[in-house]
Design a protein around this ligand. Structure first.
Ligand code: ZN
Length: 208
């Protein structure tokens, strides 16, 4: 089935899935709102072959993994996307067909993930802010060898960031709300829950 799907796809290397078909009656026999770009960006929970949650990806990437035969859908939502010849149910949860060892250190260190871990809360003044009003602070300043790591980066409001400058929290008279945690399985699950809190279908895999 996967091979047949592959053959039907138009070659559009940047998209990988042949793109979402235009909204015509012919290509949308079951009329759904799947052609909206937001559908392709929606989060999909990725499970290892053992059903252990390992990652969150976007629908677009999940579909590529499915079409490559690397993963299969475990849960789908009500949307469909269309290749030239097929309608495919948009996955909500996918599972890798072969077990992959995932080293903890490889988990994505990103501004978004740090803000999620710290729940958009300045780790010095404990106030919550919209993401746009937060920056990342190197607890041990970069100028003094502080690394960009889960253990040395925290969400920080601009006021606290200016106050701290190139100093350690102690030197600046600031106190960390809590030590920044490394990325553990616990953090990982917590992030997945935060990202997927609207999707009921993720729950049984994340042990709510
Ligand atoms: Zn602050």
């Amino acid at each position: 089935m996967i091979n047949r799907l592959k053959i039907g796809l138009r070659p559009r290397p940047n998209i990988g899935l042949g793109g979402v078909a235009p909204e015509t009656a012919a290509s949308r026999p079951l009329a759904s709102p799947a052609s909206r770009p937001s559908v392709m960006q929606a989060p999909v929970l990725v499970l290892n072959a053992t059903f252990e949650p390992i990652n969150v990806t976007a629908v677009r990437r999940a579909l590529v993994l499915m079409l490559k035969g690397v993963a299969q859908a475990e849960e789908t939502n009500h949307h469909e996307v269309h290749s030239t010849s097929k309608a495919i149910q948009v996955p909500s949860v996918i599972r890798l067909l072969t077990y992959r060892h995932i080293p903890q250190q490889s988990r994505a260190l990103s501004r978004k993930n740090i803000l999620l871990r710290d729940r958009n809360t300045c780790q010095f003044c404990a106030a919550a802010f919209p993401a746009s009003e937060l920056t990342l602070d190197h607890v041990m300043p970069r100028s003094r060898g502080g690394r960009s790591s889960w253990e040395n980066l925290v969400a920080c409001c601009y006021t606290c960031n200016n106050r701290k400058g190139d100093r350690t929290p102690e030197e600046a008279g600031l106190r960390l709300q809590r030590r920044p945690r490394p990325f553990t399985l616990h953090t990982s699950r917590q992030l997945m829950r935060l990202i997927g809190h609207r999707d009921e279908k993720w729950r049984k895999y994340l042990f709510y």
